[in-house]
Design a binder for this molecule. Sequence first.
Ligand code: BES
Ligand code: ZN
Ligand code: ZN
Length: 483
Amino acid sequence: MKFSIDSKAPKAELLLISLFKGEDLSSAQQALIGKDFAKAFAARRKAKDFEGEKGQSLTFYPEKGSLKKIIVLGRGDKEGDIPQANEYWGGTLSSLCKGVKNVAITLPEEELEEQAYGFVLGSYEFMRYKKEDKKAPKLESVTFLTKDSKKAQAFLKKLAVFQESSATLRDLTNMPAGEMSTKDLEDAARKVCKTHKMKLTVFDEKKLRKMGCGGLVGVGQGATHGPRMVLMEYKFKAKSKQPNLAFIGKGIVFDTGGLNIKPTNYIETMKHDMCGAATVIATMEALALNKVPGYFLGVLCCAENAVSDRSIHPGDVLTAYNGKTIEVTNTDAEGRLVLADGLSYTEKNFKPKAMLDVATLTGAVSVALGPHLTGVLGNDQAFMDEVLAASRATHELAWQLPLDAVFTKAMKGSFTDLVNSQNTLRAGTSTAGAFLKEFVGKTPWVHFDIGGTAWADRPTPTTKYGTTAVVLRTFVEMAERSY
Ligand code: BES
Ligand code: ZN
Ligand code: ZN
């Protein structure tokens, strides 16, 4: 699907015009649809057939030229709408393009980015198992009818990269666990590294054991396909020997909960517990496609949290890469165990200027923030403020949660340095963050908990089913700002 900006709708079969409540067609829009339809529209408007209410629409069928259909859509009240309204509107427009090859969309210049991102997200479909629908015609071109500028053209380039990298992320994470082992995840990273000439390093179970990565080894030991730590290194016009940024992702290809097994209604979607790792792979791909200058490191902490006679038991003690001992009080709190090794290994061996980790770490974050806001926690407020600014700029909503000393205290063990879960404080996202903080030294670090935002339990205009690709834009933006 190709995107362009124009003032005319040259080859489009479908023209989409959106109006807020009470808004009239602009003179440019009138010119686009032609005198006769503009007149007909004015009459319908006068008769109160169409007032721009959300859900209202008028359809016109031109008889000459390539244009076959014009839909004027109501967007309702502009005031008081939710922050993601423009992005969702883009998603809604994408769903009107079934069976259409070329579409033109009028939109205000200041809404281009949000609507276009929403359009890309909304058009994504996971087609691997839909043999029938594969034959349906695909949307080939989208023309945004808005003011052209250098900034808008630069954005279109980024949009094309987002289209590709967000599909990589979503294809990987919508894939059922039966077809996505730790080896498959490693291979997905290898493919991106090969295409974009990045360095790939893989530590398998044997090597991880030698290295002392007790978290990864412990979580992964019950599965047929062993755990792995996968490193992806991208350098382009790098000024420093230290990575500008390291991205660390939780890559649990399936989370059964382990011996603390998850019950029905909690286990079904756990193939998406590798969204963190897939976000890192997609980020590295996007950085290469955008030719972002700098040195960036991606670290995937891959394991399957399986149930078997070899699985870790509640009460087992693991020693992480940095030497801290952990009593596994709950085998379902496995994400923090694999990230513990990923964070401390990265900091010690690469000394990045800053670290960002991303993980479907807790169910608690969706209790605190719901499905639209990602929880962010960190050890350095100045760096956190940069992250929050990047998330605002890319329209990916995030909200900072606390990492106070009370949470750190709650994660201390009675006979080990740490426990991996506690029942005294609740505040599951903060206690998980406090656990991770034990594996980060002085490096500025922010942890993204996408446990509530990575998977759409209910369909939204931008995600019909499955994973949302959340945080990818913020990561790419952070990399661009880091140089
Ligand atoms: N992968 C889950 C968290 C999760 C749940 C992500 C639902 C997305 C949707 C994680 O490994 C987990 O099970 N966390 C536990 C931690 C608890 C045992 C301390 C949780 O949040 O319940
Ligand atoms: Zn779990
Ligand atoms: Zn998990």
